[in-house]
Design a protein around this ligand. Structure first.
Ligand SMILES: [Zn+2]
Length: 228
């Protein structure tokens, strides 16, 4: 676009026309990019954009797989259709088993990608490829991975050492996979999602400690660890 402006000033008609053509081509490329952008959000109409999936596969090594009800997430092809640049930290306001059960229930209307148990055990219920309904905000659902933590926002004892450690390792792996900085801009609480009326993870969640643990988590190799 800058070329058109420069050429218009030099009075050379040939150059001007050439610049105009270049400008036109640039504009055409611009619309093509826009069109592709739009198309990528209509992924369900395009054949062959789905990545191959293995039943029961997890995105994080060591996580146990329990499938959420398909009513609680939307099948997608992230990060190709939606870039992933946020981790959203939640607290279940209940026990681990009841959270897992709720996410399997089609009438629940919500699910997170992961649930971390008090003892550090991690269950994955929605593939990171897919958009889980956890943040109460469509755009944040599309761009984020949601992690639930067993416990209650008003109970400081919910958040155990094992839970912090396990969750931090999981978040570190997610950050590395999507090239996301391990900071409070990219690792947020549900309370920080625009438009939410949720307060989790609440004032007892130790953010300073959590971010420190995420940054200190060693990179892992192999399936579910790091992708080169
Ligand atoms: Zn939440």
């Amino acid at each position: 676009m800058g070329e058109t402006t420069r050429a218009a000033g030099d009075g050379d008609r040939r150059l001007g026309r050439r610049a105009l053509l270049v400008g036109g081509a640039a504009a055409a490329v611009g619309s093509a990019v826009l069109a592709r952008e739009t198309l990528s959000h209509l992924w369900w109409r395009l054949p062959g954009v789905d990545k191959p999936r293995v039943a029961g596969a997890v995105d994080y090594r060591g996580a146990r797989w329990v499938a959420a009800s398909p009513a609680n997430y939307r099948r997608a092809d992230r990060p190709d259709d939606y870039p992933v640049d946020r981790v959203v930290v939640h607290v279940t306001q209940g026990g681990y088993a009841s959270a897992v059960k709720a996410f399997q229930d089609p009438s629940h209307g919500a699910a997170a990608h992961y649930v971390v148990r008090e003892d550090g055990r991690i269950t994955q219920l929605v593939r990171e490829l897919d958009v889980a309904f956890h943040a109460g905000n469509r755009q944040y659902n599309e761009r984020s991975v949601g992690i639930e933590h067993e416990g209650f926002v008003a109970d400081a004892s919910s958040f155990t050492d094992a839970m912090y450690a396990a969750s931090a390792r999981l978040t570190a792996a997610i950050c590395r996979r999507y090239g996301m900085p391990a900071d409070r801009e990219h690792i947020i609480g549900h309370v920080e999602v625009p438009g939410t009326d949720h307060t989790d993870p609440g004032r007892f969640w130790d953010w300073e400690r959590y971010i420190r643990l995420v940054r200190a988590a060693p990179a892992r190799r192999g399936p579910g660890g790091e992708r080169p």
